[in-house]
Structure formats: C-alpha cells, structure tokens
Write a protein that binds this ligand. Structure first.
Ligand code: DGL
Length: 231
C-alpha cells in the first residue's frame, strides 16, 4: 500500500448530514450578517468550501432536509434519528456531523442524546452568520465539528454541539442570543474546546445518555403529545 493510501486509511470516515439552517444560508451582500436566506446551500457545497476538512477526515455529505430548524417536527426528528442510527451501525462510519439551524439545535441534540444507541461521536453544528457574510463562522464550526466527530476522545460522551470553538453536551446547551456567535451556553460550562485542530475535554457528562437510557430510536415510531399550558 502506498504511503498516501496508508494516510488515507488512518483518517476517520465521517458523514455530514445536511438539514439546512444558517450554515446553509446566503445573503445578498457580505454585510448581511442577520438578514439572509437560510437553508439554500447544499451540504456538499458547504463541505467543499472547507478544503482543510479533507486533511483530517474522509467526509461525505448527505442531504436529508433543506429547512429552517423551526420547521423540524416529530416526523423529521424521527427520520433524522433513524438515519443517524442506521449510519452509526456501519463499520465504515466512525462519526456523524449534522448541520442544523441554530433555533432548535438544542432540541435535536438533546433528542439524539437520549435516543441513539451508539458510542460513536455525533456532533450537531450550525452557524450564526451565513457563509456569504464578513466574519462567517460556519466554515470553522464545520471544521471543528468534523474534528470532534473524528476523534476517539469524543466517543461515549453523548450527542455534542460544537459552535464557536466550544464542545457542549446536547443535554446542557441552549441558545441565549439571536445574533451573537457566542450565543450557545451550558449552565455548567462547555465540556471542552477546539483550538487550531486540537480538541481538549475538561469534564464529562454525568447524566445518562445514548447507550445508558431507556429510549431507543430504532423502536420509536411516534412521539407522545405533550401540551404546555403557559401561566
Ligand atoms: N431560522 C433559523 C434556523 O434554521 C436560521 C437561524 C440559524 O440557523 O441560526 O434555525
């Protein structure tokens, strides 16, 4: 086997599932950081815009939806979860990245954190600015997400959300601001950081997730309706 083939073999295989959101958004001008159209750029084009990714992992894109994340519903959540579960069972898949709108990233990440039955890394990622904007954050967020999804250090830590150089637990993280890139916060802080292609974990999730819960995405075909009475 040639040296380059050997190097290729060592790289993790990561599937990037595209669902839409601002990370797939485009604005009319480079100063449009808040007014733009989300969910228009195909996932393969988002991946191709970050050629550095091919140095850290063998990546392939899969477009499951092209929607704003406010359009997630039970049906889409189940379809996404079941597809992720199916991919995680494949020996040639080491990790999954899901590109997602930020408005409901925390709901999807928490749902997957509770229902996937695998220790392989699953990372949900988005961006606060479209790729066309000055200071666009999607490219680095995607690079960091692929790095985390490729890492054995990220295995067994539940579904993760990677944004703005930080690795958050899907259980904890919440969006706290509608335009700042540092919007994602966890009450107990992030699990770790990603800096210049290196990830560092500082703490572990203590609450049950993925393989430790009673929920199995493969066995869930509908979700119970829960009404909320605001008071
Ligand atoms: N409506 C939003 C969504 O898909 C776009 C905002 C975002 O992704 O930050 O969640």
């Amino acid at each position: 086997m040639s040296l380059s083939a050997q190097a290729q073999e060592k790289k993790a295989n990561v599937v990037v599932i595209g669902t839409g959101g601002t990370i797939a958004g485009a604005g009319a001008s480079s100063v449009n950081t808040a007014a733009y159209q989300s969910a228009v750029v195909p996932v393969d084009k988002i991946i191709a815009a970050v050629p550095e990714i091919s140095k850290i992992a063998n990546v392939r894109g899969e477009q499951i939806f092209q929607i704003g994340s406010e359009s997630f519903n039970d049906e889409r959540l189940l379809k996404l979860g079941k597809r992720v579960s199916e991919l995680l069972k494949q020996n040639d898949v080491d990790g999954i990245v899901i590109t997602h709108g930020t408005d409901t990233i925390e709901e999807t990440a928490y749902f997957l954190n509770l229902t996937l039955k695998s220790t392989k890394p699953v990372v949900v990622v988005g961006s606060m600015r479209p790729g066309t904007a000055l200071g666009a954050d999607g490219a680095l967020n995607l690079y960091d997400a692929v790095l985390v999804a490729s890492s054995k250090d990220a295995a067994g830590k539940g579904t993760l959300v990677v944004m703005n150089d930080e690795i958050h637990s899907g259980r904890d993280v919440t969006k706290t601001n509608s335009f700042k890139v540092e919007t994602f916060r966890s009450p107990y802080g992030p699990l770790g950081y990603v800096v210049e292609g290196k990830l560092m974990f500082y703490r572990l999730p203590a609450r049950p997730h993925t393989t430790q819960t009673e929920f199995d995405i493969d066995k869930i075909n509908s979700l119970p309706r829960v009404d909320i009475a605001y008071n």
